[in-house]
Ligand binder design. Structure first.
Ligand code: NAD
Length: 332
């Protein structure tokens, strides 16, 4: 078995590559990645080059995509522009990569008749109220709020159309917010951890009431592998681990786990259009495919993640100053 993992040098993609490397020792993996600011070849360090090959290319490059897809058995498509705040500053790369790039992946999968698993997000569903009794399910109508989530929603719709119109052998998963090692310091949890390591206060957007449904990236990987191997073609599965926490609780927990006063954070202005709450009902994946998460204790998973950032300062430090400069420009 040989798979192409697009975006496999990014946060979730590289964790997935490491997961497959460990769990499927007879598989070969071609990582197809443009190495944007969010991709890092160091995320693949230590993996045997006879099993894992990095193809440095853009999913907007039709010929490069075609060649990679022709030479594999299946594609797992993670590559995307992924940060909401960036999408508010500069939406075009999101349209280019998330929509047009996915189009090229679909056309290649169609031409070469290859199995495709498309990675998406729960953000396509918009948000829930804090007391909404119903969580997101695969039948929840799409209602995206930001350029990021709307371009991910667009890519999901392209996949559905290519399945229906052209018989592409695809599945989709929409996952909740991931945490774990190798996540860029621009993202919420690594940003707070590294601010504290640098001796500054963590930053909380607005009131901090916004709820995210946290899942460890390792559990996202096991969910994706389960769907790739056993999912029904054309189906959408939601991946989540019942990890709802509001941002204030997460900041306080990080401070506590790092030996600080839980109140020692700074309020910054809120993100425009900031979704209030995401919550995943993953019962289809549990009931149909027998998947369940391993990281059920958020505090334990977060504590391991904090340790990883403490032990890997050389990994995140080169990106930190530039990331904070960007945040200062937008007042967050
Ligand atoms: N981070 C989350 O919490 C989360 C939750 C659910 C779903 N997702 C989805 O998972 C996927 C990966 O997210 P992430 O957080 O790891 O993102 P990331 O930003 O850390 O990584 C994205 C990767 O894609 C690569 N890439 C970007 N544009 C490319 C292009 N044009 N061609 C080839 N490669 C390109 C980057 O170099 C990088 O390696 C995305 O599709 C995202 O929508 C993320």
């Amino acid at each position: 078995m040989k798979i192409v993992v697009t975006g496999g040098a990014g946060f979730i993609g590289s964790n997935f590559v490491r997961y497959i490397y460990r769990e499927r020792p007879d598989w070969r993996i071609d990582v197809f990645d443009k190495l944007t600011y969010a991709g890092d070849r160091r995320n693949l360090e230590g993996l045997d080059e006879n099993r894992v090959t990095l193809i440095e290319a853009d999913i907007g490059d039709e010929q490069a995509v075609d060649t990679a897809v022709a030479n594999c058995d299946a594609i797992v498509h993670f590559a995307a522009e992924s940060h909401n705040d960036n999408s508010l500053q500069s939406p075009w790369p999101f349209v280019e990569t998330n929509v047009v790039g996915t189009y090229h992946i679909l056309e290649a999968a169609r031409k070469h008749n290859k199995r495709l698993h498309h990675i998406s997000t729960d953000e396509v569903y918009g948000d829930l109220s804090l007391d909404d009794p119903v969580k997101f399910t695969p039948n929840t109508p799409y209602n995206p709020s930001s350029p990021y989530s709307s371009t991910k929603a667009s890519s999901d719709l392209l996949v559905r159309a290519w399945v229906r119109s052209f018989g592409v052998q695809a599945t989709i998963s929409n996952c909740s917010n991931n945490y774990g090692p190798y996540q860029h310091v621009e993202k919420f949890i690594p940003r707070q951890i590294t601010e504290i390591i640098e001796g500054r206060k963590p930053k909380l957007y607005g009131s901090g009431k916004n709820v995210r449904d946290w899942i460890h990236t390792e559990d996202h990987s096991s969910g994706v592998l389960t769907i790739l191997e056993h999912g029904r073609i054309s189906e959408t599965y939601l991946i989540g681990a019942d990890g709802e926490k509001n941002n204030k609780e997460v900041v306080e927990l990080i401070l506590e786990l790092m030996g600080k006063n839980p109140d020692d954070y700074e309020h910054v202005s809120d993100r425009p259009g900031h979704d209030l709450r995401y919550a995943i009902d993953a019962s289809k994946l549990h009931n149909e495919l027998g998947w369940s998460p391993n990281y059920t204790d958020f505090k334990e998973g977060l504590s391991q993640t904090i340790d990883w950032y403490k032990e890997h300062e050389d990994w995140w430090r080169p990106q930190k100053a530039e990331t904070e400069a960007k945040y200062r420009e937008i007042g967050r």
